[in-house]
Write a protein that binds this ligand. Structure first.
Ligand code: SAH
Length: 401
């Protein structure tokens, strides 16, 4: 057994761990070794003294994030095994794809590590061509960042040129880690990644999250299939993923809207990359509610993909009202026969609550709607079955009569 510091649980507090839930809340802890440092690897024992888990400790309501339920060492080999298993899954589901005939890349954009979903709580890694963008959400992953970057290089070999670390805003402020966003392995100037044959500039230096919303890939593919001949409004467009797919799908016109001028620049850049000079597309930097209030009844394919309205459970009621209001405003203006793609990425809002919010929107707008598809996060954002909290992205495609 390793000589990691020890944590002992209160009596009966091992139940969730026996169900393999990967979090230990601070209230479950009976005692801890002296001089524990945030980010330390700890061995966790039941009140009877049996080993039950090894994980990263930090101050906060989630005190330990479990890395293994076996008494393992958390070293280079541990990370190599986990990363290599994550990569095998992505390869086997076809996320690293090229054309056999001309060796043209079809897809090199995907999430390699989705925290608990890949048994690495606190860690996110997105791959954009030959750069990995790594984000730590726990102090432990922050402390292990260099070991993880080296393990990743070993696992990916020449396919990987650089690891960019982007945790400035994702780590507990109080831990005072002095982290900054920077390359921690190699360097790459290639900021163009390919998703299903479409090219995107990825702004990992300044963009939101790791620079791109990889999680909407499958939903963008579905949108493409519905785009032919339609007038498309992509609300909350950010880098314009949905817009670019609908252009390829043969939309008559595509309007992208985001309140951020930077996002509007990004969508224009991405459009130029894929459809240079194509006048079907226009982008506007305007607030969503204002745009919906002022627009005419022109769009028969609308995407609403707002930022998370509920960041915490406390904000749930207000968030649900927000989704209802937003969707009602859009539905009021959509001509009969329109299609709406509507999403919520708030983890605190579950599928049923979101569906109820959309139901209320249809009532408010006085529209009859039918659900055509129920959408969710893609396969490279897997849900650990023991950690249902990992399910966050929900969407509905509805037909508006
Ligand atoms: N659909 C995007 C991701 C959307 S992220 C994609 O597939 O990549 C949410 C976006 O909403 C951000 O770009 C943010 O700038 C924008 N946003 C936030 N509040 C807004 C508002 N009130 N009106 C318009 N856009 C807003």
């Amino acid at each position: 057994m390793s000589d990691y510091k020890k944590i002992i649980l209160k009596k009966g507090k091992e139940d969730s761990l026996l169900r393999r839930h990967p979090w230990i809340f601070s209230g479950a802890i009976y005692s801890a070794d002296n001089e524990l440092q945030e980010g330390d690897v700890v061995n966790v024992y039941t009140s009877k003294g049996d080993f039950i888990a090894v994980g990263h400790w930090q101050i906060g309501s989630i005190a330990v994030r479990v890395l293994s339920f076996e008494p393992e060492l958390i070293n280079d080999e541990f990370y190599e095994n986990k990363l290599s298993s994550a990569l095998d899954v992505r390869r086997s589901i076809g996320l690293l794809r090229s054309n056999v005939s001309d060796n043209q890349t079809i897809n090199n954009t995907f999430r390699l590590v989705h925290g608990e979903g890949d048994n690495l709580p606190g860690l996110i890694i997105d791959i954009y061509a030959d750069t990995a963008v790594m984000q730590a959400h726990s102090v432990g992953m922050h402390c292990d960042r260099q070991m993880i970057a080296n393990a990743l290089k070993k696992v990916m070999g020449d396919e990987l040129k650089a690891v960019y670390y982007k945790s400035e805003t994702t780590l507990p402020y109080k831990a005072d880690l002095g982290q900054e966003n920077a390359f921690i392995l190699g360097h790459s100037n290639n900021d163009i990644a390919i998703e299903n044959g479409l090219s995107f500039h990825i702004d990992w230096l300044k963009g939101q999250k790791t620079g791109f919303f990889v999680d909407q890939r499958d939903n963008r593919t579905l949108l493409e299939q519905y785009s032919k001949g339609r007038k498309v409004l992509n609300m909350f467009c950010y880098t314009g993923g949905f817009s670019v797919y609908s252009m390829r799908g043969g939309a008559e016109l595509v309007h992208s809207v985001d309140s951020s001028a930077k996002a509007v620049d990004l969508v224009s850049k991405n459009m130029e990359l894929n459809f240079p000079g194509d006048t079907r597309h226009q982008a506007f930097a305007v607030d969503a509610f204002k745009y919906l209030d002022e627009m005419g009844e022109n769009y028969d394919l609308v995407i609403l993909d707002p930022p998370a309205f509920a960041k915490h459970r406390d904000a749930l009621k207000q968030a649900l009202r927000g989704y209802t209001k937003l969707n009602a405003k859009a539905m009021e203006k959509m001509p009969s026969g329109s299609i709406l793609f509507t999403f919520s990425c708030s983890q605190a809002v579950n599928k049923d609550q979101f569906r109820t919010a959309i139901f209320s929107a249809a009532m408010q707008a006085g529209r009859k709607i039918r659900i055509l598809h129920q959408l969710h996060q893609p396969a490279d954002h897997p849900i650990n079955i023991y950690h249902p909290e990992g399910e966050y992205l929900k969407g509905l495609v509805v037909f508006v009569e």
